[in-house]
Design a protein around this ligand. Structure first.
Ligand SMILES: NC(=O)c1ccc[n+]([C@@H]2O[C@H](COP(=O)([O-])OP(=O)(O)OC[C@H]3O[C@@H](n4cnc5c(N)ncnc54)[C@H](OP(=O)(O)O)[C@@H]3O)[C@@H](O)[C@H]2O)c1
Length: 295
């Protein structure tokens, strides 16, 4: 297959590109920004500069005979400032819209989108908890037009939290690693919020499975799937499991900071998992043990 992946330099996209190219069955094109250094994409796929408008993209899609788009590019910010508005609109709405329209014009059969559980705060559909989630929701709504007019087969993957080797994002495990290294006390919320942490290898496994299914015209697919484990863990449990896996005590001041204004305390799955997807790391304990063994 000839596949177009966006977000190929990101945490999930880079591993997906690696897996797709390793299999040797696919030609993988990575959409890059105009100023992305080519070395950032090296070994991940064939770089394709975003021409910035749908007509030129459609021409490229026809020329390269693209069979499907996997859209992972996105701009994340938990709590936005004014200067985040432009990148939120560009990365989470305009870019995707250009791609979907180009794909529809060029007769690309399918489009895999990526959403977040933050789009349904307190388990209510279409209730974004942040401007980031609102832009993701807006784009998912836009895609319904392309889906309903039969221009594209569209599926959205809903992600919870992810972790894995080589994770440089300043998220929970970054701060836990730092607390281990420095011995400092971490001020955290009371820690009762539930999380669903999926290992990068399993996240990518879900995309690989969906790509195979969506490409086979006989598969009947839902419009949304989630990439989540059956068990949710509280933040306190996550810290405890991490501490056991590292064999180090972490000093945490629970309640040292308040919950976020829009904390999502008890998320529940809204969508099924991709048919046939079987996560390798069904527990955080095993996923973390595998990462620490490699280090
Ligand atoms: N990771 C999670 O836990 C999680 C949870 C829920 C949802 N998601 C969603 O999953 C997707 C992938 O997440 P991630 O953690 O892998 O993201 P990431 O590491 O932050 O990477 C973001 C990617 O998007 C690209 N990008 C952003 N704006 C772009 C633009 N305007 N044009 C071209 N490329 C652009 C970045 O390219 P540059 O290198 O050029 O910046 C980068 O490759 C995102 O859509 C995110 O919203 C992730």
């Amino acid at each position: 297959m000839n596949l177009l992946v966006t977000g190929g330099t990101g945490f999930i996209g880079s591993e997906l590109c690696r897996q797709l190219t390793r299999r040797g069955k696919h030609r993988v094109y990575c959409l890059t920004r105009k100023n992305t250094p080519i070395k950032k994409i090296k070994n991940l796929g064939i770089p394709l500069k975003d021409p910035g408008e749908a007509l030129a993209l459609a021409k490229q899609f026809r020329r390269l005979k693209i069979n499907g788009v996997i859209h992972l590019a996105g701009y994340f910010v938990a709590s936005h400032k004014t200067e985040d508005i432009a990148p939120l609109l560009e990365s989470n709405i305009s870019l995707g819209l250009r791609l979907a329209d180009a794909a529809a014009q060029a007769g690309v059969p399918w489009f895999i989108n990526t959403g977040t559980f933050w789009q349904r705060h307190d388990n209510q559909a279409g209730m974004p908890a942040s401007l980031y989630a609102a832009t993701k929701q807006a784009f998912e709504d836009i895609l319904k037009f392309y889906q309903n007019s039969n221009a594209l087969k569209v599926v959205t993957m809903e992600l919870y939290d992810t972790y894995g080797p080589g994770d440089r994002r300043k998220k929970l495990f970054y701060w836990l690693d730092r607390a281990v290294a420095t011995g400092e006390t971490l001020a955290m919320s009371p820690g009762r919020q539930k999380m669903n942490l999926v290992h990068l290898e399993d996240v990518v496994g879900a995309y690989l499975r969906l790509i195979a299914l969506i490409h086979s015209s006989s598969s009947r697919l839902e419009s949304n799937y989630c990439i989540g484990l059956s068990r949710f863990l509280s933040l306190r449990e996550v810290v405890q499991i991490y501490s056991q896996a590292r064999g180090k005590k972490i000093k945490v001041q629970w309640g040292g900071r308040p919950y976020r204004d829009e904390e999502f305390m008890n998320p529940k799955h809204a969508y099924p998992v991709v048919p046939g997807w079987k996560p390798k790391y069904v527990s955080l304990k095993h996923g973390l043990a595998a990462i620490f063994k490699e280090q």
